[in-house]
Design a protein around this ligand. Structure first.
Ligand SMILES: NC(=O)C1=CN([C@@H]2O[C@H](COP(=O)(O)OP(=O)(O)OC[C@H]3O[C@@H](n4cnc5c(N)ncnc54)[C@H](OP(=O)(O)O)[C@@H]3O)[C@@H](O)[C@H]2O)C=CC1
Ligand SMILES: CCCCCCCCCCCCCCCC(=O)OCC(=O)COP(=O)(O)O
Length: 307
């Protein structure tokens, strides 16, 4: 299993994992049994920080960074095997900028050179955004699309041929509730997540003949650094931990649910509370009412933020 992405422009061989540098996640356990991929059973361990400086820092890594995946036998990654034949691999972290197409292709080549193939690709890295459409530069729209949409698309395309050749693989896209509904002042983010949903839905249909699974996950708020790292209308960092984010689900729980969904080969999963889930139905069944609610939300927020 390879968990895609994170930092930038350097590669770390994690044969001596965990390294000493801060920012690396070391996880302790809560074993989750995942069955799938032509029979083998994976034992994956959940993300729990032991040497992070803050929980928030863990969140980014636990969902988006290098996830430490270990076997019961104490190795690192079990894959491609069944029964007692457990072969383990230490994680190998390839770091690259998803907005750089050349770096994405090079990273995919490096991954394939290292492991020969990828069982499960989790497209998780992402960036959010806050701003009014009128104030937002197109450069900001592009940056969000490049990170959340074109980057994962490029990485997926680079790894697909090897999956097709093996007729085996599982591609996961971490989208958002905002891939299904659009809320005001999130135009670029919601657009990138809607595009993600559409692309991976098409991919699922096209990959069925090769027995490659595609799972789109749409979480509600998660307590991560997403709002802090979000960019604003002029491209600057928002830098605020929003209450909605702070009150979101634990990333450990969400990571657990993502892995469980992969194990069950789920195609489309909403990981959210009742209200966002109902909002998706409202958008479909009573769009006029949904649009009125969103307009009222925009009015209130504009008044509150004076924008
Ligand atoms: N938190 C939430 O409320 C929700 C999050 N999600 C989705 O979950 C996913 C993970 O976000 P989350 O952990 O919450 O947010 P964080 O901001 O905490 O983490 C984002 C991660 O994405 C990586 N990243 C960002 N830009 C790039 C890039 N250009 N190239 C490579 N890596 C990059 C970051 O790496 P680095 O640290 O090196 O910058 C970081 O590891 C995102 O796709 C997000 O949209 C979905 C619904 C709700
Ligand atoms: C039948 C009754 C239905 C009532 C529905 C009322 C409509 C309520 C609107 C609810 C909006 C929920 C928005 C949820 C957004 C969300 O969970 O986003 C997840 C993210 O990706 C968060 O990113 P952000 O950067 O925005 O923090």
């Amino acid at each position: 299993m390879f968990f895609a992405e994170s930092p930038r422009n350097t590669s770390h061989d994690l044969r001596n994992f965990p390294p000493e540098d801060e920012g690396t996640v070391v996880m302790q356990v809560d074993p989750v049994q995942i069955s799938g991929l032509a029979g083998p059973t994976y034992t994956l361990r959940d993300a729990r920080p032991t040497r992070m400086r803050s929980l928030n820092a863990v969140i980014g890594r636990s969902l988006a960074g290098c996830v430490h995946v270990t076997s019961e036998a104490g190795g690192w990654i079990d894959y491609g095997l069944s029964g007692n034949q457990v072969q383990t691999h230490k994680p190998y972290l390839v770091t690259f900028d998803l907005t750089d197409p050349g770096a994405v292709v090079a990273a995919a080549a490096e991954i394939l050179q290292c492991f020969g193939y990828v069982d499960i690709l989790v497209n998780n890295a992402g960036i959010s955004y806050r701003g009014t459409i009128m104030d937002t530069t197109v450069d900001v729209d592009k940056r969000v699309m490049e990170t959340n949409y074109f980057g994962p698309v490029a990485l997926t395309k680079a790894l697909l041929p090897s999956m097709i050749k093996r007729r085996q693989g599982h591609i996961v896209a971490i989208s958002s509730i905002q891939g299904k509904i659009s809320i005001p002042f999130r135009s670029a983010y919601a657009a990138s997540k809607h595009a993600t949903q559409a692309f991976f839905d098409c991919l699922r249909a096209e990959m069925e003949q090769y027995e490659i699974e595609v799972t789109v996950i749409s979480p509600g708020y998660i307590h991560t650094n997403l709002s802090v790292n979000a960019i604003t209308a002029d491209g600057s960092r928002y830098g605020v931990m929003d209450t909605t984010t702070a009150q979101g689900r634990s990333p450990v729980e969400v990571a657990h649910d993502v892995l469980a969904a992969v194990g069950k080969k789920k195609k489309d999963v909403i990981l959210a509370d009742l209200l966002p889930s109902l909002a998706i139905y409202l958008r479909t069944l009573a769009p006029g009412l949904f649009f009125s609610l969103m307009a009222s939300r925009a009015r209130k927020e504009r008044k509150f933020k004076n924008c």
